[in-house]
Design a protein around this ligand. Structure first.
Ligand code: ADE
Length: 223
């Protein structure tokens, strides 16, 4: 999968993909992430990318021309399955969306800043608008990083044990059951006996019951 990200803050996206699973996905050639500085696509003096909003009001708006220039330059080289705008008024990201997006070949992501982007970009170029939750970030970059991570780890071959992504919380609309590792006892706090029993049928049943209990208690809306 190839993901291109258009941003006014490329520095914010240097860290998240250089570590751990996202780094491994790229090293294995399963994921390519390219960031593009929007200012490089501005033809204006001082590489301007934002301007005052028509009708007045506080806050700048990301201008049409640099964004269109960036999108069309990239589209001339790559056929994108989706052009995604990260915005708090988009559809809220969930596991099902991440699953669907992980099956795509090429994604273009656009990070908003200031008061947002000129509405005409949303109307004419953006195919999907995604929010990572009901709160407002300073820009779309951290949201894009979250989205790339959620998608990237689902690409077949990225995780060592492919089944482990399938057992994540939310994959079957259940939260994940509790997990334990050594030591078997610490300060008198013991690991549940069933996990030490070696009876895999019993362990599977226990995990499912725990997942159900946890979901009922914490996220009944998922059931
Ligand atoms: N940009 C600012 N806040 C955001 C959010 N919650 N989700 C996606 N993009 C954003």
């Amino acid at each position: 999968m190839r993901i291109d990200i258009i941003t006014v803050q490329p520095g914010l996206l240097e860290g998240p993909f250089s570590h751990s699973i996202m780094k491994r996905a790229q090293t294995k050639g399963l994921l390519e992430v390219h960031t593009h500085n929007l200012r490089d696509y501005s033809t204006l003096k001082h590489k301007q990318v934002d301007d005052y909003q028509f009708g007045g009001g506080a806050g700048m708006v990301m201008m049409l021309e640099p964004v269109v220039n960036a999108i069309e330059t990239l589209q001339a080289k790559v056929q994108y399955d989706e052009v995604i705008y990260l915005t708090p008024d988009g559809e809220t990201l969930n596991q099902q969306m991440a699953n669907q997006l992980s099956l795509k070949g090429n994604l273009l992501m656009l990070c908003g800043h200031y008061k947002g982007i000129d509405e005409r970009i949303r109307t004419h170029f953006v195919t999907k608008e995604i929010s990572i939750g009901d709160y407002v970030l300073s820009g779309g970059e951290l949201a894009a990083a979250v989205l790339v991570d959620a998608i990237g780890r689902l690409i077949p071959g990225v995780l060592n044990d492919e089944t482990s992504a399938l057992l994540d919380s939310f994959q079957d609309n259940l939260l994940a059951p509790p997990v334990y590792t050594r030591p078997e006892e610490f300060r008198g706090w013991k690991v549940p006996d069933v996990l030490m029993s070696g009876d895999h049928k019993k362990i599977d049943n226990w995990r499912h019951d725990q997942a159900l209990e946890r979901t009922k208690a914490r996220r009944p809306d998922l059931l």
